[in-house]
Design a protein around this ligand. Structure first.
Ligand SMILES: [Zn+2]
Length: 87
């Protein structure tokens, strides 16, 4: 595992959040988890305005990095039941 993969493994983006970022040309800094706006979906290692590290990735790049994960709650029937009709 590379250092980058190690950092990516600590970050978790839900599928909902991924879809929002993909639609908005947004991304995320893997180091400080500051959202980035107006970047290409396949952008990798852009400079983060918040922490200065080259760790900003676009939505598609995050998906390829394995950062996008299904929330355990998405598969929880009780959670689904409690949230029914809230949207
Ligand atoms: Zn950062």
């Amino acid at each position: 595992m590379t250092a980058l993969q190690k950092i990516a493994s600590r970050v978790s983006v839900s599928i909902d959040e991924y879809e929002r970022m993909a639609a908005a040309d947004a991304g995320l800094c893997l180091l400080c988890e500051t959202p980035a706006e107006e970047i290409e979906p396949d952008a990798t290692r852009l400079i983060c305005p918040a922490c200065g590290a080259r760790m900003v990735f676009g939505a598609e790049a995050l998906l390829l990095m394995g950062v996008v994960k299904a929330s355990p709650l998405d598969n929880d029937p009780i959670f689904r039941q409690n949230n029914e009709g809230e949207e």
